[in-house]
Design a protein around this ligand. Structure first.
Ligand code: ATP
Length: 200
């Protein structure tokens, strides 16, 4: 069972590549969704409240992600504080998913994750995490255009792009780069070429 990490800047086409890989038989683990779901785990919720205060709770006692985001981005270093709590929990969830697949292992498992470059998330301590990295890349203008077409305000899209790792930083950790500047049929061809390389 080959496990790869899939990342890309916002709007580059990471989710589209994940879907194309899934259509070709890969099992995709949505690590960003795991990041949201672990906030509902009691031990994570308690640790987040101990670190960031009651102000991050909603009326039902769950984590209010918008309030948490405000705290996290209010001052430098707070994201690291949150990740120190959430990343071990997310890694445990990734390990659980991989264990569940072990009885009938697929050829390819894709960890679909936005923050691969920025952290050690998904590099499980026992070596069962991802062993290769696929980066999806697209020109900044193309990404902006796609994000605006998806309904995001252009300024918001630019700010999010600027806050992420750069293409150079992503390329530095990439084993495979998929350039997604064309249409979806082009991308599908590139994915078809990638699969044998991943399985080699
Ligand atoms: P995010 O980080 O916001 O989830 P992402 O990198 O996962 O972004 P996608 O959601 O795959 O990016 O793509 C962003 C938008 O661009 C989507 O609306 C998607 O349908 C569209 N898109 C992706 N690739 C192409 C392509 N090659 N041609 C046309 N549209 C595309």
């Amino acid at each position: 069972m080959k496990v790869v990490g899939l990342c890309g800047g916002i709007g580059a086409g990471k989710s589209t590549v994940a879907r194309l890989l899934a259509e070709r038989g890969a099992v995709v683990v949505d690590v960003d969704a795991l990041g949201r779901s672990v906030l509902a785990h009691d031990e994570v919720r308690h640790a987040v409240v101990a670190e960031f205060g009651d102000g991050v709770l909603d009326a039902d006692g769950g984590i209010d992600r918008a309030a948490l985001a405000r705290e996290v981005f209010s001052c430098e270093g707070r994201l690291t504080d949150l990740e120190a709590i959430s990343h071990p929990a997310i890694d445990r969830e990734i390990a659980r998913h991989l264990e569940a697949l072990a009885s009938d292992p697929p050829d390819l498992v894709v960890l679909d994750m936005a923050v691969l470059v920025e952290s050690d998330l998904g590099k499980l301590s026992d070596g069962r995490g991802y062993t290769e990295v696929v980066v999806v890349e697209a020109h900044a203008d193309v990404r902006l255009e796609r994000l605006v077409a998806r309904g995001m305000a252009a300024d918001d899209a630019r700010a999010r792009m600027a806050a992420q790792a750069t293409d150079a930083e992503r390329r530095a950790v990439a084993d495979h780069v998929l350039v997604n500047d064309g249409d979806e049929a082009d991308l599908a061809e590139r994915v078809d070429e990638l699969i044998p390389l991943l399985m080699a």
